[in-house]
Ligand binder design. Structure first.
Ligand code: C2E
Ligand code: C2E
Ligand code: C2E
Length: 91
């Protein structure tokens, strides 16, 4: 990507995340809860995560980062601007 463009923020919707069935969302729910606990950040409706965390989650879900990103967006738990993060990574 161009140096002028900041990387997209990855923002999880924590309320939405509680509504996704845990067969699907369980690993992400546990991962987000771990980050909240490490930060002491318990009261947010959303949680900003690291670009690296998306890569880690892709390993956990045994998917490519771009496929996982599409899944999380379709569940409504990830902002759609996050697509730009995996595109830049693929490029
Ligand atoms: P750490 O990675 O050694 O970061 C120590 C502190 O540096 C963090 O304390 C935070 O105040 C600041 N910090 C580091 N990277 C960033 C960043 O990208 N943005 C902002 N705003 N601050 C940053 P904090 O928040 O209490 O986190 C404690 C530890 O919890 C971190 O130690 C890290 O090991 C873990 N952690 C917290 N949030 C995340 C996360 O989103 N992803 C991952 N992988 N680990 C996290
Ligand atoms: P923003 O990044 O667009 O975030 C908007 C609001 O979403 C934040 O308002 C906060 O209520 C919520 N939010 C976003 N990420 C998190 C998260 O990981 N945990 C929690 N609990 N809430 C989150 P807030 O706190 O008033 O911040 C307003 C703006 O100030 C942010 O807009 C951002 O531009 C800046 N800001 C706040 N904290 C940080 C930070 O740690 N690092 C940087 N670089 N900017 C920050
Ligand atoms: P942010 O705070 O606006 O940070 C934007 C980017 O600046 C981070 O993207 C990272 O590349 C860099 N950065 C900021 N602070 C540090 C730092 O202390 N050490 C290092 N090595 N890099 C830093 P990244 O990693 O993708 O994180 C995206 C957002 O996720 C951060 O936006 C912040 O809202 C949240 N975040 C990530 N890690 C932590 C953390 O450890 N603690 C907290 N409280 N928030 C974090």
């Amino acid at each position: 990507g161009g140096a002028a463009e900041p990387p997209p923020r990855l923002v999880l919707d924590l309320e939405r995340l509680t509504q996704v069935p845990s067969e699907k969302a369980g690993p992400l729910q546990r991962y987000a809860a771990t980050i909240q606990s490490q930060r002491g950040d318990y009261n947010g409706k959303v949680l900003s995560i690291r670009q690296d965390d998306l890569r880690t989650l892709a390993v956990i879900y045994d998917q490519s980062p771009s496929i996982l990103t599409e899944q999380l967006i379709s569940w409504g738990v990830l902002n759609s601007d996050a697509r730009r993060a995996v595109r830049e990574e693929d490029a």
